[in-house]
Write a protein that binds this ligand. Structure first.
Ligand SMILES: N#Cc1c(N)n[nH]c1N1CCCC1
Length: 331
C-alpha cells in the first residue's frame, strides 16, 4: 500500500498543512505533520467555544466508526510551551489515500492560546516514534507505525518547498522528486526523535568545510533551523548588516543584504545539502522594518540542534522507520 498528499505552506513557510480525513462519513481537517512529536491530536467538538477560532472540529459523535477509549487521556506540551490535552477515540484516518482503520485520534478538550490563534491549523499528526506518545494509561502508535506493516516500503518522505506546495509520500520513494543520490545516515530513536549526526558545515560556496559533529533532530514541526552558537556565529559573521538583537530574540540583518551566503550542511560520504541564502531571510522583524529575522537561530534554548523547515525545504528527506535511517537528497 502507499499514499501521497500535498502539503501547503502558510505565510513565511511558518508551517505546512495537509488535508486529513477522519471518521465515517469523513470529516476533513487540515493538520500539521510533525516529525518532532508523536501524538495525532485534533481540534474537536469537546472544546470550549472560547478556545476555537475558525478551526474545523472533529466530532466523534458524528462518526459511526468512532469508539471512545474510556479512561484514556492525553496531554502534550511542546518546546515552545504551547500545549493541548483531551480524550481519545479510535477511528478511521486517511491521509493521501492511505487509510488506517483503527487509529488513536486524540480529541482536544483544552488547547493553549497559540493553537487557538492559529486558525488554519486543526491539529497535528505526530510522526516521531511512538515511544513518546502521551496517551495514558497506555501510549498509542503513530499513524505511520499503524500503516507501516501494509506499506510497500517502511518509509515516508518529506518534500517541503519554499513558498509553494510540496508533498508527503508514504510507503515509497518517488525517484522523480529529487536529483542525484539519496545519502542515508543512521538515526537514534531512543528519545522518540529522528536524531542524527551531521559531520559539519560550510558557509558560502567558497568557504571551508568545518568538521564539527552536529547532533540534532529532523523536525517538520519546527519552522526555523536551530544550530549551535558557534555555527550561527560563523554564518552571521559573513553578513555585513547582521547583529544579534536581544529585543527581537535572535539574529537579524537587513532584508536586502547582498552578502547573505548559502549554508551547506554535511550528511555522509562527502554529501552536503545547500540551503540558499534566500531561505535565511525568514520574515520582517516588524511591520515596515527593513530588517529580517534570520532563518538560522541559536539552539541554546533547546539543548540540541533542530533541522526545521528552513533546512528541510532545501532537501528531499526520507524518514526510513524500517531501518531507522534518514535519507537526504538535493532536489
Ligand atoms: N516547540 C515546538 C515544536 C517542535 N520542536 N516540534 N513541533 C513543535 N510544535 C508543534 C506544534 C507547536 C510546536
Amino acid at each position: 500500500d502507499r499514499g501521497s498528499v500535498q502539503n501547503s505552506p502558510k505565510l513565511y513557510d511558518v508551517e505546512y498543512l495537509m488535508p486529513v480525513s477522519l471518521g465515517t462519513p469523513s470529516q476533513q481537517l487540515n493538520l500539521d505533520l510533525d516529525t518532532g512529536s508523536s501524538d495525532l491530536w485534533v481540534f474537536s467538538t469537546l472544546l470550549k467555544e472560547s478556545m476555537v477560532n475558525g478551526q474545523t472540529l472533529y466530532n466523534p459523535n458524528a462518526s459511526t466508526t468512532s469508539d471512545k477509549m474510556e479512561g484514556y487521556t492525553w496531554k502534550i506540551t511542546y518546546g515552545d510551551q504551547s500545549y493541548s490535552s483531551g480524550d481519545v477515540y479510535i477511528d478511521t484516518v486517511t491521509i493521501g489515500d492511505l487509510t488506517v482503520s483503527t487509529q488513536a485520534v486524540e480529541a482536544a478538550k483544552v488547547v493553549s492560546e497559540e493553537f487557538t490563534a492559529d486558525s488554519d491549523n486543526d491539529g497535528l499528526v505526530g510522526l516521531g516514534f511512538g515511544i513518546i506518545n502521551t496517551v495514558q494509561p497506555y501510549k498509542q502508535k503513530t499513524f505511520f507505525e499503524k500503516a507501516m506493516p501494509g506499506l510497500d516500503s517502511p518509509v515516508f518522505t518529506a518534500d517541503l518547498k519554499a513558498g509553494a506546495p510540496g508533498r508527503y509520500n508514504f510507503g515509497y520513494i518517488d525517484d522523480d522528486a529529487y536529483s542525484g543520490n539519496i545519502t542515508y545516515v543512521p538515526v537514534n530513536s531512543t528519545d522518540g526523535f529522528w536524531r542524527w549526526v551531521s559531520p559539519g558545515f560550510q558557509v558560502g560556496s567558497a568557504g571551508s568545510f568545518n568538521s564539527t559533529r552536529i547532533h540534532g533532530i529532523a523536525d517538520t514541526g519546527t519552522t526555523l533551523l536551530l544550530l549551535p552558537d558557534s555555527v550561527c556565529d560563523a554564518f552571521y559573521s559573513q553578513i555585513a548588516s547582521a547583529e544579534y538583537e536581544p529585543s527581537q530574540g535572535g539574529y537579524t540583518f537587513e532584508c536586502g543584504d547582498p552578502t547573505v551566503p548559502d549554508f551547506y550542511f554535511g550528511t555522509a560520504n562527502g554529501q552536503m545539502i545547500r540551503i540558499p541564502g534566500s531561505y535565511m531571510s525568514y520574515s520582517k522583524t516588524d511591520t515596515g522594518s527593513s530588517r529580517c529575522f534570520g532563518g538560522m537561530q541559536s539552539d541554546s534554548g533547546v539543548g540540541f540542534t533542530i533541522w526545521g523547515d528552513v533546512a528541510l525545504k532545501a532537501a528531499f528527506v526520507v524518514f526510513d522507520q524500517g531501518s531507522e535511517q534518514l535519507g537526504w537528497a538535493e532536489k
